[in-house]
Design a protein around this ligand. Structure first.
Ligand SMILES: [Zn+2]
Length: 233
């Protein structure tokens, strides 16, 4: 990073996506004194194999789990946009909702999901791809231009220029964040998502294995990796 970025906004589709994809980095940024804010686009109300579970109950549970995870990591704030899980669409409404969050919190760095389908089947969930698409369009040009969504301007949400974007990525990353010191916090935050974890020792083994694999080329015990988009001034 050219100069210090003080505020980071993490925009993801579901409660637990940030913990899987970037929470080691989030914990590290918080330790470095940065302010981290989460924006969760859907309510995660489909993520259950329990036939007696209702979407309403699951939404409540997942909000609580996400808040606990955020607290564990030192995330300053979590905004839930509440769109239905599995049905997120790239519409004027969803773009306006995300643009409003960007203008409100004015981050230097935004972390989000990969808008493209990749060979990583689970990372390429439809809501993840849609989130990546929406967020990129909101950074440029929607949050930047005062003539986009004039109704936001009327609410005092002034245009904002984001400086860089990290897309969560495992293939050919150009940013490798050393999370060796924050892996334990990442696991602790992941464990807060009780409704999603089943056998946590299995999840832990997979997360450690993946983190070790990503860190290996750089000689880190564990890493998270991203594709970086630097936005010209
Ligand atoms: Zn997800």
């Amino acid at each position: 990073m050219a100069d210090p970025i003080e505020r980071v906004l993490v925009a993801v589709a579901h409660p637990d996506d940030a913990e899987f994809g970037c929470s080691g980095s989030v914990a590290k940024w918080v330790k470095e004194g940065r302010e981290v804010i989460y924006v969760i686009l859907t309510n995660g109300d489909k993520g259950s194999g329990d036939r007696s579970m209702t979407s309403e109950r699951l939404t409540k549970t997942r909000v609580e789990e996400q808040l606990n995870a955020a607290r564990t990591l030192g995330v300053e704030r979590v905004e839930f946009l509440g769109y239905p899980d599995g049905e997120l669409e790239d519409t004027r409404e969803t773009r306006r909702a995300v643009t409003a969050q960007i203008r409100r919190f004015r981050p230097g760095l935004i972390v989000t999901q990969n808008p493209n389908r990749t060979a990583n089947f689970y990372a390429s969930h439809r809501d993840h791809r849609t989130t990546g698409t929406i967020v990129l369009d909101c950074v440029y040009p929607l949050a930047r231009d005062h003539l986009s969504f004039p109704e936001l301007l009327a609410q005092g949400l002034e245009p904002h220029k984001v400086r860089e974007i990290y897309l969560m990525a495992w293939e050919n990353p150009d940013v490798v964040v050393d999370i060796s010191d924050t892996m334990e916090l990442k696991l602790k935050a992941l464990a807060c998502h009780t409704s999603q974890m089943g056998d946590f020792s299995r999840v832990e083994a997979l997360v450690r294995e993946r983190g070790a694999q990503l860190g290996k080329p750089k000689g880190y015990a564990y890493a998270e990796t991203f594709t970086r988009i630097l936005i010209p001034r």
